[in-house]
Design a binder for this molecule. Structure first.
Ligand code: HGY
Ligand code: MN
Ligand code: MN
Ligand code: MN
Length: 399
């Protein structure tokens, strides 16, 4: 078993989710904390010096921390019931790529750092890429501090428990200046490389994507004593709204809209809910189309709610505009990986947030299942191990 597959194998029991299947590794949870310790130990065993910055981003340095370094990284947190590769593949490939570069005796002209970003999935506090948004100032620190998880814990409290000073969260000029070029290697999360495509692709851009919360207010009541004609049931409205989401997106070429999370309040089997919260994830290559899509969905939701004697509010939780990667860096990645096609990705990444501030690029590794954010996410061992060589080829060119 070669480097990347054995690194991934060594964490394969951390954060397993017996109910959902796959892995649930929320930021700053016991599982993700264990993964951060794993990363720190693996990096230190390679002679890399590891530090944590004010936003909880881990930096493992080969060479002195310096401005304009070459940086590669990804994340270790996961979606609920996520796959084994989304995030950890980029981290394992970076560690193994350092082994390859050292074996090749590569002489560095600048330092190399491997970074681990917290809360890339936004699964616990609701905002994706929270670590890189804090680093770049793309989110107001106060807004970040007051984000709450389902248990009501604020990000400030979770960050403090993880050893950070929540008052210190926010744009970090020094850390940002240290990123001369940023490359993220990541499992391909769609069918871009298909069943028998090449092992790797180079990223060109990321679809714009956002998260909205729809709250449907109705009349909570008793399931047994309330006649059907006397109801204002927000769950009945929510069901029709979700169908309207699907129909609206299906009618818009290239659009993707998902309601993957819904919550009935209070949530009793024998209780007509007083409120139903549902979260919308909407994406498209053109930001104006995404905006129009959400507007159309909101209008349909208001009509449906009114018909059911309910009301509905819409709140935006986060939005990331369509992002293109640095063309010069993309060309260098393509030179180092001549057989790699160029892919647009529908998945968000920290590289997408960083691309607005520093030269950033991505490499994708073939996932024959074409499925992600699911235990079925898959990378063949040979491709996983080759990904370290591909990343080393790219990094050697840039070092
Ligand atoms: O949601 C996304 O696209 C990313 O996986 N966080
Ligand atoms: Mn990811
Ligand atoms: Mn993901
Ligand atoms: Mn991502």
């Amino acid at each position: 078993m070669a480097a990347v597959t054995s690194l991934l194998d060594s964490i394969s029991d951390i954060g397993r989710d017996p109910v959902r299947g796959g892995y649930s590794r929320p930021v700053f949870s016991a599982a993700e904390t264990e993964l951060r310790s794993w990363f720190t130990a693996e990096a230190q065993s390679r002679g890399l010096a590891v530090e944590t910055d004010r936003n909880g981003i881990l930096w493992a340095w080969w060479g002195e921390p310096q401005k304009g370094a070459l940086v590669t990284g990804s994340h270790l947190d996961s979606v609920p019931g996520g796959g084994a590769f989304d995030g950890p593949l980029g981290i394992a490939a970076a560690l193994a790529a350092v082994d390859v570069l050292k074996e090749r005796g590569v002489q560095r002209n600048r330092s190399l750092a491997i970074t681990v970003f917290p809360e890339e999935e936004g699964s616990r506090f609701g905002v994706a890429c929270l670590g890189s948004r804090l680093l770049t100032g793309a989110i107001d620190p106060d807004t970040a501090r007051n984000l709450r998880d389902d248990a009501g814990t604020t990000f400030a409290d979770a960050a403090r428990a993880a050893g950070l000073d929540p008052e210190h969260l926010g744009r970090d000029e020094d850390a940002l200046a240290r990123i001369g070029d940023f490359v993220e290697l990541h499992v391909e999360q769609g069918r871009g490389l298909g069943e028998d495509g090449p092992a790797v692709a180079v990223g060109s851009s990321i679809l714009g994507h956002g998260r909205w919360k729809l709250t449907v207010h109705g009349q909570g009541n008793h399931a047994g004593t309330t006649l059907m004609e006397d109801r204002a049931d927000p769950m009945v409205a929510a069901a029709q709204i979700i169908t309207a989401v699907q129909q609206t997106a299906a009618a818009q070429p290239g659009a993707r809209a998902t309601v993957g999370r819904i919550q009935a309040i209070p949530g009793g089997t024998n209780v007509i809910p007083s409120r139903v919260d549902l979260w919308l994830d909407a994406r498209h290559e053109e930001d104006a189309v995404t905006a129009r899509l959400v507007e159309t969905i909101h209008g349909k939701a208001q009509k449906i709610a009114a018909f059911e004697g309910c009301s509905v509010t819409l709140a935006q939780e986060s939005f990331s505009p369509t992002t293109s990667f640095d063309p010069a860096l993309q060309r260098q990645l393509q030179l180092a990986l001549p057989q790699a096609p160029v892919l647009v990705t529908g998945a968000g990444h920290d590289a997408g947030i960083l691309a607005g501030h520093v030269p950033a690029g991505m490499i994708f590794v073939r996932n024959p299942s074409g499925i992600s954010h699911s235990p079925e996410e898959y990378v063949e061992d040979a491709d996983a191990d080759y990904s370290a060589t591909a990343l080393a080829d790219v990094l050697e060119d840039l070092l």
